[in-house]
Design a protein around this ligand. Sequence first.
Ligand SMILES: Nc1nc2c(ncn2[C@@H]2O[C@H](COP(=O)(O)OP(=O)(O)OP(=O)(O)O)[C@@H](O)[C@H]2O)c(=O)[nH]1
Length: 240
Amino acid sequence: MHLNHTHESDGAAVSADAHRPDGTRRALRIGLGGPVGSGKTATVAALCQTLRTELSLAVVTNDIYTREDAEFLLREAVLPPERITAVETGACPHTAIRDDISANLEAVEDLEDEVGPLDLILVESGGDNLTATFSRGLVDAQIFVIDVAGGDDIPRKGGPGVTTADLLVVNKTDLAPYVGSDLARMAADAKAQRAELPVVFQSLRSEEHVTPVARWVREQHATWTKKQTAPASTTAEPTQ
Ligand SMILES: Nc1nc2c(ncn2[C@@H]2O[C@H](COP(=O)(O)OP(=O)(O)OP(=O)(O)O)[C@@H](O)[C@H]2O)c(=O)[nH]1
């Protein structure tokens, strides 16, 4: 198994080596994290349905004791089954995406070997709290998904997911009137926490659906592809 070591402090998306150890291109890896039930799996499903005709895609899900998220994606047939892998973390979901990323790295490497070459691998974290972030050794960019029903003070509270994710998605805006969430306040608080980092307000029940997030993913992929046209030797990060 190969570990692409990168600087944890690399804030910008797509920071790691864009090639596999044998010099072939590797997939862009995007992590989706966020609190339990915020809509991570639904967003992954929608992204697969939107992007699967234009990009070669695969998904890794992380659940603590089950394979529920992967089973949902399989039931919905968002991708062929061989493109969906479940990692049972068996412990705090943080650990598997940040501290001991070996099981997830093995899963993405196996997908590249078995169904590659791939353009994009989505890695979904198990539902967690506001502190969950991915190691930059596992993903090139990360999306943090919160939802309006979880409380409109979440952006104000901050935490590394809200403040540092490459994209913050505030999901379930259709529920705002029913739960009394103030979207303008959430937007102002998110802006205060994130400065120029992007925020998308999304409802998967709306006609716009996942379109803005899919657009962001396409932009990340375009940047990644440009990087892959450079020779591997000039894009490698120093090993730590
Ligand atoms: N009203 C509404 N419901 C949504 C939206 N997005 C997702 N949901 C629903 O919210 C529930 C939770 O969504 P999931 O995608 O399973 O959430 P998750 O973050 O993957 O949950 P865990 O994996 O358990 O952490 C499901 O019933 C979804 O159908 C949305 O935009 N609006």
